[in-house]
Design a protein around this ligand. Sequence first.
Ligand SMILES: Nc1ncnc2c1ncn2[C@@H]1O[C@H](COP(=O)(O)OP(=O)(O)OP(=O)(O)O)[C@@H](O)[C@H]1O
Ligand SMILES: [Mg+2]
Length: 447
Amino acid sequence: MMADQLWEELMLPEKPEIVLVVDDNNTNIKVLFEFLRQFGYKILVAKNGEDALIKAEQGQPDIILLDVMMPGIDGFQTCERLKSIPELKEIPVIFMTALAEPVNKVKGLKLGAVDYITKPFQHEEVLARIQLHLKISKITKILAKQNEILEQKVTEITVELSQSLASLQQAQVQLVQSEKMSTLGQLSAGIAHEINNPIGFLAGNLDFLTKFINNLIEHLQLYQEALPSPGEKILRHAEEIELEYLLEDAYQMLDSMREGTDRLRQISLSMRTLSRSDTANKVPCNIHEGIDSTLMILKHRLKANENRPEIQIIKKYGNLPVINCYAGQLYQVFMNLLANAIDALEEATPPHPTNPNTFSPRKIIIATSFHRESQTIAISFLDNGIGIPENLQTKLFDPNFTTKPPGQGTGLGLSISRQIVQKHGGKLSCISTFGKGAEFRIELPIE
Ligand SMILES: Nc1ncnc2c1ncn2[C@@H]1O[C@H](COP(=O)(O)OP(=O)(O)OP(=O)(O)O)[C@@H](O)[C@H]1O
Ligand SMILES: [Mg+2]
C-alpha cells in the first residue's frame, strides 16, 4: 500500500471506532457510555479484568479505558496480561483512577499504559485524550507499515544492485576478453600468414642448397683426385679456411637450419590453430592439439638458459572423445593456465641461482581423462611452483585479482578462464598447497 493511501485511511475512518470501558462501577460505565456514544464510538463494556480480556479478544477495540481498582485482578494486572498477548498488546490503554486514590501512576505507564484520566470525569478531557491516543495509535501503525514497506524496498534494491554489479563485472570481463581475443587473434593470424611464405622459400631453398653443396664437394673431390699436388697457393688457402672442418661444419649448419625452419613452420601452424579457431561458434575440437599448439607457442619459456633449468612437460594424455566447443576460447584457457604455471615455477626459482641444477626439477604435468559415468572430460595442469596461500585461494578467480607486479599481470586470466569453462557447462577449480605447487582442473561435459 502506498503512503498516501495509508494517510487517507487514517483521516477518514470507515467504521466506527471501538472503545472498551472496563469498570466495576455501573454509574461510571453509564456516564461514559452515554457521553461517548454521541461522538459515534461503539462502546464495549467489561466489569472486571477477566471479562476485559475476553471482550478485548472478541471485540478487538481500538482503545481501552481501564479502571485501576477492581475486585479480582486489578487494572495493573489486567494491563500486564493485555500487553503479553501479541494480538492485543498494541491497543492503547488509558487508566482511570479516582482523584483520591493513592495509585502509583508511574507503575501504570511502565506497564505500557499510554495515559491516565481521573474520576470524576471531565467530559471534554476524556474525549480529547481518547481522540489523541486513537490518532497516535493509528499513526504508529502507519509508520510501522511504512517502515516495513521501506525495508522491503531497500532489500529489493540491494538485491537488484548487487545483481547489476555482478553482471556489470561479468560484462566487463567479457568485453576485455573478446577485445583481447580479437586483436590478438587477428595479430597472430596475420603474423602466421606473413611468416608462412618466407618459411616456405627458406625450407625450399635449403633443399636446393644441400644439393648444391653436395655437388660442389663432389666436384672438389674430383679435382683433388685429378690434381693431387695443386701447388703452394691452393694448399695454403685450404689450410687457411680449414677446408676439412669446413665441409663437416657445412652439413651441421644445414641440419640446424632445417631444424630451425621446421620449428618456425610448427610455430606458424600452432599460431594458426590457436588464432583461427572459432571463438563464436561451437566446433568439433581436438583438446590435445590445442594443448600442444599452446605449448609450442610457450616453448621459449620452457627451455633452460644460464639462469634457470628447463621446465619439463609431462603429458599424461588419456583417450578423449572429440567435443564440440568454442575452440578458440578454450585454447585461451589452456594458454592462461599454462602461463600461470610457468610464472609460478619462475617465482619458485631465484633469478640467478649459482647452480641451476641443484633445484628440484621444474615440472608441469598435463593430464587428460574421459569419465564415462558422468560423460565428462577432465583436463588438469599441475605444477610444482610456488603454490597459493590458503587465504588467497578463494580470491583467485575474482576479476582483477593478481599478485604480480603492475605490467606483468592484469588479474583477468583466471576469471576469464572460469567464465569460458562455465559457458561450456563445465567447472574450473584449483587445489594448492602453498610452497608445493598448484593444480588447476577443468571439467567439461561432452555434450
Ligand atoms: N599455478 C599457479 N600457482 C600459483 N599461483 C597462481 C597460479 N595460477 C594463478 N595463480 C595466482 O592467481 C593470481 C591470478 O591469476 P590470473 O591468471 O587471474 O591473473 P594474473 O596471472 O596475475 O594476470 P593475467 O591477467 O596476466 O593472467 C595470480 O596473480 C597468482 O597469484
Ligand atoms: Mg594469468
